[in-house]
Design a protein around this ligand. Structure first.
Ligand code: T46
Length: 144
């Protein structure tokens, strides 16, 4: 789907110390691992079971979603197609560009969803009404 893709980050495991595992280290560098300058970071934690969040699109915002602990399912859609993506690996991020309708659900207990965003928070930039979204997205996608 246009404007949606997975990004693989480095997963550094120090294997020199065989007797004592040292865990994983994942570096993320703005402009290198992320295709935009990071202007905002926020995270979703302690999301109760059976909660569904999202139900909106953004006009221009680009974001990368990372699940640092646990699991969460993300539905990404345009008026023409839909994909379900499970995030459960801190070394993989989901890039979501402009004009993608998203919903987030199946948050596992203790899950931590971190979002890196290309712009500061601006409610004017959201499209929260699905019918308006479809009209605007159909025009937008003609130009793609
Ligand atoms: C997305 C998913 C993963 C702020 O004040 N600042 C912020 O930076 C954000 C993101 C939200 N808010 C306020 C606005 C609302 O009153 O927090 C409340 C909930 O925000 P929102 O409806 O945006 O939350 P989600 O979890 O439905 O969606 C957010 C992002 O908006 C969305 O782009 O991909 O998290």
């Amino acid at each position: 789907m246009n404007n949606v893709r997975m990004i693989e980050f480095k997963d550094i495991v120090d294997e020199n110390n065989k007797e004592r595992p040292m865990g994983h280290l994942t570096p993320i560098e703005s402009g290198q691992d992320i295709p935009f300058e990071i202007k905002r970071i926020y995270y979703l934690t302690r999301v109760p079971e059976n909660t569904i969040r999202g139900f909106h699109s953004h006009k221009e915002l680009q974001q990368v979603l990372l699940c640092l602990n646990g699991r969460v399912t993300i539905s990404v859609a345009t008026p023409y197609e839909k994909e379900l993506i499970t995030l459960d690996d801190p070394a993989r991020g989901l890039y979501i560009g402009p004009m993608i309708w998203r919903e987030m659900y199946d948050f596992s207990p203790g899950s931590v969803l971190v979002v890196l965003a290309s712009q500061h928070y601006n409610e004017e930039e959201y499209i929260r009404d699905y019918r308006s979204y479809c009209e605007i997205a159909q025009e937008y996608l003609k130009g793609e």
